[in-house]
Design a protein around this ligand. Structure first.
Ligand SMILES: [Zn+2]
Length: 74
């Protein structure tokens, strides 16, 4: 699992997001933005229509260097 935050994924706040994969963090970030930053969600959607890979290309390196967090597995 890794922890990153909204800002590192192109957002505007320090809300922390934890996930085990890039796909998962994308889903979490999407949900977070929809619920908390609706204007940003519109902006990101417009950007996605222009270039579907732009956001991922820009944000994935931040995810790759995000710190690993140890999770207790039961
Ligand atoms: Zn946020």
């Amino acid at each position: 699992m890794k922890t990153t935050n909204c800002k590192d994924l192109g957002g505007v706040c320090d809300h922390e997001l934890t996930a085990s994969s890039w796909d998962e963090i994308v889903k979490l970030m999407y949900k977070h933005v929809m619920e908390n930053h609706p204007e940003l969600a519109n902006e990101m959607e417009a950007q996605h229509e222009k270039d579907p890979h732009a956001w991922g290309n820009e944000m994935k390196p931040n995810w790759d260097k995000a710190k690993e967090v140890s999770v207790t597995v039961n």
